[in-house]
Design a protein around this ligand. Structure first.
Ligand SMILES: [Zn+2]
Length: 232
């Protein structure tokens, strides 16, 4: 589905640590703005389900790196995004989620957009204090059978430790233990700090406090974006 041409399309990049609810915001914003949503996570998940012969060269190369437990290099990630460049050139705007991850990728994107005479509207950065992220993520419980995710406080199952959908047992994933979360968050901060600085220098960074319900966060984002559009 290709959204139609819009007078002032939004071209956005979303940033945010694991646990801030960036994926949910990407879906809500896509719906609200009618922009094209490009998520590298979705591309990988979809690719994993397809047969080898159906995959593009860049995806096949990326999956090969992942199978070997190696980081997918910048150039391969960039090729993957290039294969979806229709989305970036979309006249209805776009929302990038999971990309760019590195300065190199950010610079490649900037070059491509300049060549196409497109400009980025904003880089939305969802922020939440570390202890709140740890609290959110460490309360998650996953069903052993159907992999549904619950939360001990925010979305508890009807019966403790039992899945509402299939009756399977709920467990605490290793990844969702506080020590593991802290390590993940530190790695995220380290890798994202140069990107945040890059977009701050370009005057594009739009920090958003990611507290409250998904609708509250969306409302806060839209308000800041409207203000930004008025100021320009
Ligand atoms: Zn289940």
């Amino acid at each position: 589905m290709v959204p139609g041409e819009r007078p002032n399309p939004w071209r956005l990049i979303l940033l945010g640590a694991p646990g801030v609810g960036k994926g949910t915001q990407a879906e809500l914003l896509t719906e609200r703005l009618g922009a094209c949503h490009l998520s590298t996570g979705d591309i990988f998940r979809a690719a994993g389900k397809r047969k080898d012969c159906d995959q593009s060269p860049a995806i096949r190369a990326a999956l090969e790196y992942m199978r070997r437990g190696e980081l997918v290099p910048d150039s391969t990630v960039w090729e993957m995004v290039r294969e979806r460049s229709d989305c970036i050139l979309c006249r209805g705007g776009f929302i990038l989620d999971g990309f760019p991850r590195t300065l190199g990728q950010a610079e490649s994107l900037k070059d491509l957009m300049e060549k196409e005479k497109l400009s980025l509207s904003a880089v939305v950065d969802y922020e939440l204090p570390v202890d709140e992220i740890v609290q959110r993520l460490s309360g998650r419980r996953t069903c052993e059978e159907c992999k549904s995710v619950f939360h001990v406080k925010e979305r508890p199952p009807k019966v403790e430790a039992v899945c509402d959908h299939c009756g399977g047992r709920l467990f605490h994933r290793e990844d969702d233990r506080p020590e593991a979360i802290t390590v993940r968050l530190e790695a995220y901060e380290r890798s994202t700090a140069p990107l945040i600085q890059f977009y701050k220098n370009l005057g594009l960074l739009l920090p958003i406090v990611a507290k409250g319900s998904p609708d509250e966060i969306l409302a806060r984002t839209m308000e800041k974006m409207d203000k930004l559009a008025d100021d320009r």
